[in-house]
Design a protein around this ligand. Structure first.
Ligand code: CYC
Length: 161
């Protein structure tokens, strides 16, 4: 896993140089938004269960997907779906804190598309759920922190598409 600091310092170290303009600007931006990101992580962590249930209600419930033949039927699959959404939320929150998406690539997206396709998990519906999660998260944390989270939830969407 990488964060903004290591993503700037490691390449500079390889070249044996001090950090310069653009690199320092990237760190400045990272530190300036630090409190915002920590506060959002706290809000998300303390209301994660209700974020997930609102997300599911908004995007997946009361349709064919939860009925026999749907990928969220029976309860075992329904539970797997909720669990996947909690992974997405938790890892997107880590990435938002680190301001770096690499943890999503390494721990969540690596092989996920293949897993979903071999199990018949519908990617389009998963993407709809992540889009709904963006809205629910923004309602909880506010527009500015919501935009930060959107970057990483969009990263999941792109990784699945
Ligand atoms: C299954 N989701 C899985 C599986 C994996 C993941 C590996 C197969 C093994 C299992 O059932 O546990 C995902 N596992 C992960 C991820 C990580 C991990 C991301 C990283 C931490 O360790 N079905 C739907 C919805 C969607 C859904 C649209 C929820 C949004 O219709 C999800 N994922 C879903 C379902 C299964 C699944 C239903 C079970 C499918 C089956 O067994 O038939």
């Amino acid at each position: 896993m990488q964060d903004t600091i290591t993503s700037v310092i490691n390449p500079a170290d390889e070249k044996g140089t001090y950090l310069e303009g653009g690199e320092l600007d990237k760190l400045k931006q990272y530190f300036q938004t630090g409190t915002l990101r920590v506060k959002a992580a706290e809000q998300i962590g303390s209301s994660a269960a209700s974020i997930i249930s609102d997300t599911v209600a908004k995007s997946l419930l009361y349709g064919d997907i939860t009925l026999p033949g749907g990928n969220m039927y029976p309860t075992r699959r329904y539970a797997a779906c909720l669990r996947d959404l909690t992974y997405f939320l938790r890892y997107a929150t880590y990435a938002m804190l680190a301001a770096d998406a690499s943890i999503l690539d390494e721990r969540v997206l690596n092989g996920l598309k293949d897993t979903y396709s071999s199990l018949g998990v519908p990617v389009e519906r998963t993407v709809q759920a992540v889009q709904a999660m963006k809205e629910v998260v923004t309602q909880r944390v506010g527009a500015e922190a919501g935009q930060e989270m959107d970057v990483y939830l969009d990263h999941i969407v792109n990784g699945l598409s």
